[in-house]
Every structure is written in structure tokens, then in C-alpha cells.
Design a protein around this ligand. Structure first.
Ligand code: HEC
Length: 145
């Protein structure tokens, strides 16, 4: 259906410390069926990322996070994500939610093109790494209803 998206830019991180390669991915329908990394995501690390304020998920979403008193109400509760969506659908949602809903307020966590207004620190690099995307996908898949 849709053509594969190939993103292969070499990204120089601030300070010139390391370069991170943006992995290529293929969008099939409303999903990215193949993982972005060879190693499987780690659900425990994924949960920690989602609950951590800096990932910004819980500014908008609520979920089964009793340790976080303040959670967002701008977006669906994350409980049951793994029942409502397939792994591939969750992956595309995180990588680039704007492909599913052009008007969404949810950030595109693994897309670097077209982000003209992002701060200099973030320009040219994704908000989350491929490993972090896979960790969060693994965690969301454990949220069944
Ligand atoms: C600025 C607000 C915002 C942030 C930050 C955000 N989201 Fe979302 N998210 C949304 C909205 C709104 C939707 C509803 C669908 C849409 O608008 O595209 C959504 C949809 C989703 C869905 C699908 C829910 C369903 O059942 O339909 C998942 C899963 C999800 N987000 C996970 C996350 C994760 C994980 C993070 C953090 C890495 C995150 N979101 C960060 C606003 C946000």
C-alpha cells in the first residue's frame, strides 16, 4: 500500500560525541510491523520511560501509574493499549502519530524531517531513540484489558 520510508541520515549529536544512525522503517497501512532494532524491547525500561515526566507521555495521558499523582487528561488512558492496538500500530503511533492523524497534538517521537520549529538541541535528532521506542512498545503491549 504505502511506500517504504527510508530514513538514513547520520546524526551528529551535540558536542560531537557520537553519531546515531536513524533506522529505516516501513509503514504498512496504519502500522510499522517490523521492530526498529534487532533486540526486543524491555517492558520494564519502557514503563520507566512512560512514567518519567521528561518523556512527556503523562502530560497528556493517564494510565496504571499509582506512583504518579498528576496525570494528563488530554488523551486516552493508556490502560488497555495492548488490547486496542497491535504492536505495529503502537510503533507507528510513537514514531510518527501525525501520519495517523494530521491534527494530533501527540509528538512524533522518532521522526526528524519537517520539524522546523524544534529547539536547536533537538534539531536533526529524534526525541526518543529506536531502543526507547521498542521498550515503550513492549511495555504498552503488556497493558491488556
Ligand atoms: C501532547 C499530548 C500527548 C503526548 C505528550 C503523548 N500523547 Fe499519546 N496521544 C495523544 C492524543 C491526543 C491521542 C489520541 C489520538 C490522536 O490524537 O492521534 C494519543 C494516542 C496515543 C495512543 C493510542 C491510544 C488509543 O488507545 O487509541 C497511545 C498508545 C499513545 N498515545 C501513547 C503515548 C506515549 C507512550 C507517549 C509518550 C512517549 C505519548 N503518547 C505522548 C496525546 C499525547
Amino acid at each position: 500500500m504505502s511506500a517504504p520510508i527510508l530514513v538514513g541520515a547520520l546524526l551528529a549529536l551535540p558536542g560531537g560525541t557520537a553519531a546515531q544512525e536513524l533506522r529505516s522503517y516501513s509503514v504498512v497501512g496504519d502500522a510499522i510491523p517490523e521492530p526498529l532494532t534487532n533486540a526486543r524491547g524491555d517492558a520494564a525500561r519502557g514503563r520507566a520511560l512512560v512514567v518519567e515526566r521528561s518523556s512527556t507521555c503523562i502530560l497528556c495521558h493517564s494510565g496504571p501509574f499509582p506512583e504518579q499523582k498528576f496525570q494528563g487528561d488530554l488523551a486516552p488512558d493508556l490502560a488497555g493499549s495492548g488490547s486496542r492496538s497491535s504492536e505495529g500500530q503502537l510503533r507507528l503511533r510513537l514514531v510518527d502519530a501525525s501520519r495517523l492523524n494530521a491534527a494530533t497534538i501527540m509528538p512524533s517521537y522518532y521522526r526528524v524531517d519537517g520539524l522546523d520549529r524544534v529547539g536547536t538541541l533537538w534539531r536533526g535528532k529524534p526525541i526518543l531513540s529506536a531502543e526507547q521506542i521498542e521498550d515503550i512498545v513492549a511495555y504498552l503491549m503488556t497493558l491488556r484489558e
